[in-house]
Design a protein around this ligand. Sequence first.
Ligand code: GSH
Length: 218
Amino acid sequence: MATSAAAPAARLYMGYFCPFSQRTWVTRNFKVLQEEIKLVAIHVQDKPAWYKEKLYPKGTVPSLEHNNEIRAESLDLIKYIDSNFGGPALLPQDPAKRQFADELITFADTFTKALYSPLMSHVEMSEEAAAALDKIEAALSKFNDGPFFLGKFSLADISYVKILERVQIYYSHVRNYDITEGRPNLEKFIEEMNKIEAYTQTKYEPMFLLDLAKKHLK
Ligand SMILES: N[C@@H](CCC(=O)N[C@@H](CS)C(=O)NCC(=O)O)C(=O)O
């Protein structure tokens, strides 16, 4: 009897301490794709030459090798993984929620830059960073059928949570600024995220993350 070979597992090239990689890692965990997507750890500060030469010329992680193609950019990858693999869907069918998800996912890069920028210069807290936090605080009240951006847990939450986790630690220790102060939705969001195992599996001790980042923080 002829047997058909199982499709080879996809490979997710990632840095365990890289927040962008961690978005794809959380997505994989939540969709229970440990067999379908194998993690290949890359040392971000000391990348092997083959990664850039043979796999992904831009050289950043994460990237995904699937069906003999390489894809990259974490915000694109989480959407790709959600639509091309099994497991619970991480985007809703509802068109209004879907459109809001796209807007939020697109804003995640701007949010990241706004929050990191004061930390990389000698600025206490910028208007852009406070406005970006206020924007997501307001976004969290748009749908009231749950504590997440779209009510239920989705890719929108995954786009922000690993950045929020870090900037909460950095601002608290380096700027004495609590990003959740006066932002109750954000506080509740972080509390609820900490009940999602797919996310908590990717967390490290705050002091460890602070130590890793210290040489970049001003
Ligand atoms: N926009 C990219 C950013 C990826 C990124 O900057 N990754 C870092 C590690 S956290 C990296 O690979 N840096 C090394 C390099 O730029 O060569 C994404 O979202 O995937």
